[in-house]
Ligand binder design. Structure first.
Ligand code: ZN
Length: 156
């Protein structure tokens, strides 16, 4: 997958973490990815390979006013979660149209036939998380473990 990242600072990888500065939300429109059959998709950046995710794919997205996905799609085995963080738009799932805006979160089953558009005046900024449907075994406090005998100390 060929991606163009507007922010020249590369991702950093350490033993137990990786980081990437994606820049201001307003600059996300300058990212792009080339997808087979679709050509260049502006404003989209996939993060899995960039940061070494092993359990999900995630993209950060900025769609200009008047923009929209030119097709519907489904997934083979992954559910998707769309988190809208700026602007207004609409998501259509199985023919039903939902209005979304900053703060809206939409989860779509693999079989959900979906498309979306920006019908607002601002850039529609959103995050898409894609992970295997029904794969989560532990979560929250059933998976988190407090590290004993390690007081929290910050430099400075
Ligand atoms: Zn998808």
């Amino acid at each position: 997958m060929q991606q163009s990242i507007h922010n020249a600072s590369a991702a950093k990888h350490s033993k137990n973490y990786s980081t990437f500065d994606s820049g201001a939300l307003a600059a996300w429109v300058n990212n792009s990815v080339v997808l087979p059959g679709l050509g260049k998709v502006p404003g989209k950046l996939f993060l899995k390979d960039l940061l070494g995710f092993t359990s999900c794919e995630m993209s950060i997205n900025a769609m200009m006013p008047g923009g929209g996905m030119p097709f519907h799609h489904t997934h083979v085995e992954n559910e998707e979660i769309y988190i809208f963080i700026h602007g207004r738009g609409q998501v259509q799932i199985d023919g039903e149209t939902l209005d979304v805006r900053e703060g809206s979160i939409v989860r779509v089953s693999p079989d959900g036939v979906r498309t979306w558009r920006n019908n607002g005046r601002d850039t529609l900024v959103y995050i898409v998380i894609q992970m295997r449907d029904k794969s989560l075994r532990q979560y929250g406090l059933t998976d988190g473990v407090v590290v004993p005998d390690k007081p929290v100390v910050w430099p400075g």
